[in-house]
Structures are given as C-alpha cells and as structure tokens.
Ligand binder design. Sequence first.
Ligand SMILES: C[S@@+](CC[C@H](N)C(=O)[O-])C[C@H]1O[C@@H](n2cnc3c(N)ncnc32)[C@H](O)[C@@H]1O
Length: 388
Amino acid sequence: MFLGADTTIYPWEAAVEQKHLNVERTVNQGSFYTPPHLVDMVYDLINSHVNRIEDYIIVDTSCGYGSMLRGARTVGSDIDCVALRQAALNNPHIDLFHFNGLSHVKRDNYHIRNSDNIIIVGNPPYNDKTSLIKHTIKQHNYVIDDGLKTRDLGLSFLLSYNTLRADYICVLHPLSYLIKKTNFHALKAFTDHYILKDSIIISSNEFPQLSKKTHFPIIIAFYERCTSGMDYRFIEQYTFHTIDKKTWQLKHFDTVDNYILKYPNAKKVPLEDTVTFFWTLRDINALKRNKTFVDKESSTTVRVRPEQFAYYCYVDIFKEYIHHIPYYFGNCNICIENETFNAIKHIFIQKACAKYRFLAHCAQKPAAEYAGLLDAYFQALMGEHYVY
Ligand SMILES: C[S@@+](CC[C@H](N)C(=O)[O-])C[C@H]1O[C@@H](n2cnc3c(N)ncnc32)[C@H](O)[C@@H]1O
C-alpha cells in the first residue's frame, strides 16, 4: 500500500476527471485521464478475447484515479500520490503503490508473483513529438531503467509491460507508435513478444482536456503475449478499425517519400542542381502547421531537384486539401496515387507556381480548367475516407 505524508482531505468523491493539477503539471505528467466511455471500450476488447477475466490480476502502472481498474483483483500505481489518494477513495479494493513505473521494473514491486496471470490496462503518459502535445514544457527528471529508455515516455511504458511479462495488454497510445517506423523499431523488445490482436482508433478529441486544434489518432490496442511477436510488415498489412467504423490498411497507400527526399539534403544535392527549397517533410499533421516552398535555404529546408519539383508541388497542393483527410491518417506520410498524379502533374505545378512569386521561373503554361480535376483526384485518392 502506498504511504503519503500529505494528509489533506480532498473534497471530491468518486472523481473521474483529473481535478488536482494545474495545466502545466497536467502536461508534464501526461495526466489526461481516460473518459469512462473509452474505459468501457478497453473492457469490451478484453472481454471479447479473454475467456476468464476473473483469473487475471488487472494492473495499471500509471493509474491516476484508478478508473481503468475493474475486476476482482486490481493493482494500481502512479508517481502522483494525490491521484492515488483519490484512487483509494474511488475504489478501496485496489492495491495501490506509489512508484515511478519506469524504474526498477519488476513484478515484486506490485506484490505480483511470477505464477500470476496479469492483464495490463492503462493510458500511459506520452510526449511523442508527432502527437502535438505541448512537449516543450514536459520535463522528466526521474530515473528510467536502461532497457526502457526511449525518446518517448509512452514507448518506455510499453517496454516496461514486456518486462512485467503481462499476458495481455490493453492500453491507449498514439497510433504513431505502430505506424512510424522509428517508433516501431524502438519498441523491439516489446514487438518481439507481443502481437496486436484487436484495436480501435479514436481521435484525441475524445479527451475533453486536450486541445481541439491538435487532434491526432490514438489506438486502443489489445496485445497478446506470444513467441512470434510482430514485425513492421505485420503492421503494414493490419486492418485498422476506427471508432467511426472505417477500416484501412497502410499497404493500400503509396506515399511521396517513395519519390522525394523529406529531410535536409545539402550534403547530397549541390546548389546548382537546386530549383528551390522546401520545408522538412514529416507526416500529414506536421504538414498542417509547417510551411511548404520557401525562397531561402535554412537548416530545416530540403534542396529541390528539377526532376522532383512536381512532387513538391503535389505536397504544396495536398496541404490545401488537408481538411479532406480524416484525423486517423494524421501520422501517416503524405499519400499519392502516383500514376494518376503523373498524368496530371502539370496542373499541380501550375497551381503551386501561381502561389509563389519566387517560383515564377518554374511555371508552365496555364492548364485550362484544373479545379475540378484536382477535386476528383483527391476524392479518388481518399475514396470512402474523403472528408466532405
Ligand atoms: C494519461 S494519465 C492516465 C491515468 C489513468 N490510467 C486513466 O487512464 O485515467 C497518465 C498517468 O501517468 C502518471 N505518470 C506519469 N509518469 C509516471 C511514471 N513515471 N510512473 C508512474 N506513473 C506516471 C501520471 O501521474 C498520470 O496519472
């Protein structure tokens, strides 16, 4: 049981929404608690795959007020002892511990035996740069075990669930952990031992405390421990389901990074082969807030070769159509239907050049009546996912 020196009586009871932290501490600790309807979805997933849930200890190693813990035997821990006090009020049957969930990780800490079956639930804190949370004010100075250190707290928590050898895991985390290759590879110790059995994608807009401007896809993921694990190809072929009943697979979308360079390339491309400069390209959400063509070179620009110029025009115009792309593709690379694009690329060039005076030297003669063609292109690209 946790021990806290603070004996303040907090006036709320059975609180679900986090109430005790100011905005800065909420962001620093990632204390965006899970609304009850999403907790219900976690248990729907568990119940549809686990036969006798009563045979398992349900564990949340970053439990906040404990609202994700349901079941006969539950164990919760958190670094926030005020939250734990509320968790004890909400449900006196939870075994609570006051721990940093990323340090000295072992079952013993939670009085869990090696022979116990456990299901880990939760919504661990994350500070993934692509999820647009205000990561600049996040500072973490607590110790993280060597094997768990990553660029993102949430990735570290997933690795810690492997250290605890959970039989099943059902947690919320940014979709970018699975679909961005660098994140996926950082999870190797986890992906070697777990397979994504089922999931549902929701928007971060489901969290009332998160800014509506910054919505990004979150996956409620149900993982099963297994010997084969999963590789990135598995993710490419996986059928994702969204809360709004859409389904999609990464492998069905070609992306511009197959044709152009995304990152600063001054070492590879000489200035005399450069027609103009383009802002570093990341995912669709980053394109929403970033510039495209720029007339001056900087440490964040890409040198554009003449033969790739059309593709950069494509990205520039893609940005105009970005409100037609649904939130669940927010962390994907910029998609393209390459053959169709090549047939009409002069329209993209013409439209982009008309926007920037410094691209006048790249302009082609005006294409007649292009607006309808571009609309048709993006509608066909997105198919049933096009947002009207
Ligand atoms: C998104 S909240 C989730 C709370 C609860 N599981 C829920 O879903 O409502 C993340 C929680 O992680 C806790 N936390 C952050 N860093 C932690 C760490 N290193 N160890 C344990 N808990 C941590 C925060 O205090 C916060 O309560």
